[in-house]
Design a protein around this ligand. Structure first.
Ligand code: TDO
Length: 183
């Protein structure tokens, strides 16, 4: 049976799939509207699906889009593995500034639902890691924002000192000078 696991951060949940294996391989439903309504509750309005591939040691993040373009993301790994991180940036949240970290892999098929109001990032642990996610809002370049992956105040232990980063991801602001746009 599909399992919903609380993370200790409100609205941020882990989903464990019901995987059917047989001599051909495996099958599982990666998203089902009806099951979501029954098990999780309010249905997010997913409007865009994304996929990226990265080699080992690539870190993408920590990203968000500013309101009104903020995105909820249902993330998973199709092949390979990542360390996935979500940081709570909701101003009035009891866990503001805190993060949750989980290994997602093609093997464990766990999914993380990262609601609006979080920064999100991941570090790939294997070559040819394929990352797939559904988003509740469209990409909007002008509203892109981010936080520095290794910011001292966020204190995320990525287990790596020199990941491969995009130019954009090298220069995000630190958490101490950040004013959250999320309520
Ligand atoms: C995110 C995104 C990027 N792009 C384009 C812009 C750019 O030329 C190219 C690569 O974009 P980026 O470098 O921003 O890709 P990437 O660093 O993989 O960005 C992603 O990181 C993870 C952690 C997230 O949570 C995602 O929401 C997203 O921000 O793809 C789109 O066309 N649509 C999109 O939705």
């Amino acid at each position: 049976m599909l399992k919903i696991i609380e993370t200790g951060i409100r609205d941020l949940i882990v989903i464990e799939a019901n995987v059917f294996g047989d001599e051909r391989g495996y099958f599982y439903e990666s998203f089902n509207e009806k099951v979501w309504k029954e098990k999780v509750g309010k249905l997010p309005n997913f409007v865009q699906d994304n996929e990226s591939m990265s080699n080992k040691g690539v870190l993408r993040g920590l990203h968000f889009q500013q309101p009104p373009f903020s995105q909820g993301k249902l993330v998973r790994v199709v092949q390979g593995s990542v360390l996935d991180v979500a940081v709570d940036l909701r101003k009035d949240s009891e866990t503001y500034g805190q993060h949750f970290k989980i290994k997602l892999s093609g093997e464990n098929k766990k999914q993380l639902f990262v609601p609006e109001g979080f920064a999100h990032g991941f570090l790939t642990l294997e070559n040819n890691t394929i990352f797939s996610y559904k988003c509740t809002n469209f990409y909007n370049k002008e509203s892109e924002g981010g936080l520095l992956w290794n910011d001292d105040d966020l204190g995320i232990d990525w287990g790596i000192n020199k990941p491969v980063l995009s130019e954009k991801d090298k220069f995000y602001k630190s958490f101490s000078t950040f004013v959250t746009p999320f309520v």
